[in-house]
Design a protein around this ligand. Structure first.
Ligand SMILES: Nc1ncnc2c1ncn2[C@@H]1O[C@H](COP(=O)(O)OP(=O)(O)OP(=O)(O)O)[C@@H](O)[C@H]1O
Length: 255
């Protein structure tokens, strides 16, 4: 299933947040959204997930979700959003309830996603026993458990220190390489965007408009930390964003 934003604009009261966004999210790709603070990235993600309706334009789901999909659109948030009283297994199991699956089918799915996210041996741990990186792995396992058509990821690594971020980026790349998934990945971090994005959508400051869509053709598995070509892409992105970011920053300060 692909997603398409067709002429999407959005206004909160007097504030125009997004203007005329036209964008396709093709199945099997990671599409990163970057742009200065407050330009409407999270709003765009909420529209893709159907949590909010755009003031004008349409969000279209094209085609059918993959076989075995229990929830076509699922979120991964920065703050993990785990239930503290449930174990790792229990947190993943939560999203499998009320789908008419028998216990064996649920166990099979949970075992599979825990293995894919390297959490098998932590299945019985509680969130408070886990590092931030491990908590986010649980959130990713939980998202994968419903076999979504598209994962909507809102700054999923922003709460983590830089080394943990690197490890999780490697994990996401190996997850995708073994079994491609579709994701829209909002980030402030251009290094993350060039490591993980097949396409990077650069938004202007508010009202967010698409300034450029950068396509990266290097396979994800070949995008090593510190790669010169990636650094060059990152510089290009920063060139596009620099003035917008400075203007957005000044705007926030003087409000
Ligand atoms: N429910 C809401 N009601 C009113 N204004 C809102 C609402 N949600 C977001 N906004 C405003 O819309 C603008 C865009 O917000 P949004 O969170 O989408 O931006 P963002 O690009 O994700 O920001 P950041 O990079 O800081 O996370 C901001 O000015 C924000 O204050």
């Amino acid at each position: 299933m692909d997603l398409r934003l067709a002429g999407v604009s959005h206004t909160y009261g007097e504030t125009e947040v997004l203007r005329d966004i036209n964008l396709d999210i093709p199945s099997g790709q990671i599409v990163c959204i970057v742009g200065p603070s407050g330009c409407g990235k999270s709003t765009l993600l909420r529209m893709l997930g159907g949590l909010e309706q755009p003031t004008s334009g349409e969000v279209l789901q094209l085609g059918t979700p993959p076989a075995g999909c229990l929830n076509p659109l699922t979120y991964v948030f920065q703050d993990f959003a785990l239930l503290p009283w449930r174990s790792v297994r229990g947190n993943v199991a939560l999203v499998l309830e009320d789908h008419g699956l028998d216990a064996a089918a649920r166990a099979r799915i949970i075992d599979d996603v825990l293995a894919r996210t390297k959490l098998t041996e932590f299945a019985d741990a509680l969130p408070k026993q886990l590092s931030g990186g491990m908590k986010q792995r649980v959130a990713i396992a939980r998202a994968l458990a419903v076999n979504p058509a598209v994962m909507l990821m809102d700054e999923p690594l922003s709460a983590l220190d830089s080394q943990t971020r690197e490890l999780l980026m490697d994990d996401l790349i190996s997850l995708w390489t073994r079994q491609p998934f579709t994701a829209v990945y909002v980030t402030h971090n251009l290094a993350e965007a060039v490591r993980l994005g097949h396409r990077i959508v650069v938004l202007s400051r508010r009202p967010g408009q698409i300034r450029e869509v950068v396509e990266l053709t290097t396979p994800l598995a070949e995008r090593a930390y510190g790669d010169a070509a990636l650094e060059a892409q990152q510089q290009h992105l920063w060139g596009l964003m620099r003035e917008e970011a400075a203007a957005a920053d000044a705007e926030l300060i003087h409000v």
